[in-house]
Design a protein around this ligand. Structure first.
Ligand code: SDX
Length: 431
């Protein structure tokens, strides 16, 4: 006998509604409210979407209380420890770990798309030298739809596939070129004999005046940063990509929208904001002053790199990222870098302080990624572009999943209107 479908009874005023309940493969049940307005003439109200599922998905699952992050069922610590970014890209895009041959084919396809159309260089030169690299990335990625017309028709599965590979392949080149333009050095072209992370490091740090050897420990740490940032359920920037895509916008425009959203300091901009906070703290003896500010309800100051909307015990990515941070600092040394010394002491204090323990405010992924990138020599303005580069595959996988859903509709939330009710226009002489 099959279980009768679960329903939720909603009683208000003279109405009693039965709403279907759907069960996931793992996680909380959802109450289906799609017919609530038609049947009950009411909306639900959830401005931060704290309790709202905006879609169903098979890509990533987060258990905020267990501190678990699964990509197609595989835990992030295993993927970060045993896999590598392009294999995780394949997993996110196609749902299964690749065979050795499929992985080689995929990596070859990505490698062969890493160069930019030469005329796109003009876009970089149109920016001021001190332009924030995220402004450049938002502009250049959006402009890709003006260059790659043969992969903008979202109804054509092959074009969707080509656009996906192009975006994954070209993001490191675009991010590296944004950095080179920012520091006034010549662009360094990608090389097909380097792996994805090594290629990016070389495009960022090589100069024509001398040979550049990629340090394998740094390349591994870079690849791990890419992997740990690849996808994260329906976070703000992914939801932005899905909403933009729901209107039928081309993939380049949707990813540019995701980059713009990620830039915010409450989201992907937190790694830059975290290092700027460490710089503002300046020395270990000033940490108590900032801890007090973070606790002060009247002070908007937050400890950047701490806390999370979903994780309420620990961010599993931060656990893995911390290992990489320790490896890189060991290799490069904390030395006299005050920001890194402050970071280590702030982490120790925050993890022991009852306020932060009670509020579950632990270091998140952005805290440690900022430390690694700082130690590698990236300016803080490059931290979020690297996050955007990493998250591109997650945005694309979620976008493809949405576009491929035959029931997909344009996203159009409603509102709780608190403005003026109907009133007549008053001529200026009568006001
Ligand atoms: C990312 O969604 C994702 O998945 C995002 C991300 C991804 O991979 O896509 O994981 C990437 O964005 C990580 C988060 C990076 N952001 C930061 O590090 C910025 C600092 N963190 C805070 O802004 C905050 O913790 C958020 C935005 C991350 C989460 O905010 P919530 O869940 O909406 O929590 P809240 O703002 O309602 O705060 C709850 C309480 C408040 O105190 P009370 O009003 O209950 O007394 O905790 C306090 C806040 O004051 N609080 C903090 C704090 N974060 C929350 N207090 C001090 N410092 C902080 N960092």
């Amino acid at each position: 006998m099959t279980d009768s479908p679960k329903t939720a009874k909603l009683t208000f005023g003279d109405k009693e509604l039965e709403l279907p309940i759907h069960s996931p493969s793992v996680g909380p049940d959802v109450i289906d409210i799609r017919k609530l307005y038609a049947q009950g003439d009411v909306f639900t109200y959830d401005p931060g979407f704290t309790s709202t599922a905006a879609c169903d998905s098979t890509i990533t699952f987060i258990d905020g209380f267990k501190g678990e992050l699964l990509h197609r069922g595989y835990p992030i610590d295993q993927l970060a420890g045993k896999s590598h970014y392009l294999e995780v890209c394949f997993l996110l895009l196609y749902g299964e770990l690749p065979s050795a041959q499929d992985l080689e084919d995929f990596e070859t396809r990505v490698t062969n798309h890493t160069m930019l159309h030469e005329q796109m260089m003009n876009f970089f030169r149109g920016f001021r030298r001190d332009a924030h690299p995220m402004a450049i990335m938002t502009g250049v990625v959006g402009a890709m739809s003006a260059f790659y017309h043969d992969s903008t028709d979202i109804k054509d599965e092959w074009q969707r596939e080509v656009a996906s590979i192009r975006l994954i392949a070209k993001m490191p080149t675009i991010a590296a070129y944004a950095y080179k333009y920012h520091v006034g050095q010549p662009f360094v072209y990608p090389r097909n004999d380097l792996d994805y992370a090594s290629n990016f490091l070389r495009m960022c740090f090589a100069v024509p005046a001398e040979d550049y050897e990629v340090n394998p420990i740094l390349a591994r740490a870079m690849d791990r940063i890419f992997t740990l940032h690849a996808d994260h359920e329906q976070n703000a920037s992914t939801s932005t990509v899905r909403l933009a895509g729901s209107s039928g916008a081309n993939p380049f425009a949707c990813i540019a929208a995701g980059i713009a959203c990620l830039w915010g300091p409450a989201h992907g901009g937190a790694n830059q904001a975290c290092l700027e906070m460490l710089e503002e703290i300046g020395s270990v003896d000033r940490i108590p002053e900032f801890i007090a500010r973070a606790k002060d309800k009247d002070d908007p100051f937050r400890l950047m790199g701490f806390g999370h909307r979903v994780y309420k015990n620990h961010d599993p990515r931060a656990t893995v990222m911390k290992e990489s941070a320790d490896e890189v600092l060991e290799l490069l040394g904390v030395g006299s870098n005050p920001k890194l010394q402050v970071a280590k002491e702030l982490e120790r204090i925050a993890l022991e302080d009852p306020y932060f323990k009670d509020k579950k405010l632990f270091p998140n992924v952005d805290f440690y990624s900022g430390i690694i990138l700082e130690a590698m020599g990236f300016p803080t303005s490059m931290f979020t572009p690297i996050f955007a580069l990493s998250r591109t595959v997650g945005w694309i996988a979620q976008w493809k999943e949405m576009i491929g859903d035959p029931t997909q509709k344009i996203g159009r939330p409603r509102q709780l209107y608190k403005g003026e009710t109907l009133r007549d226009y008053v001529d200026v002489e009568d006001r």
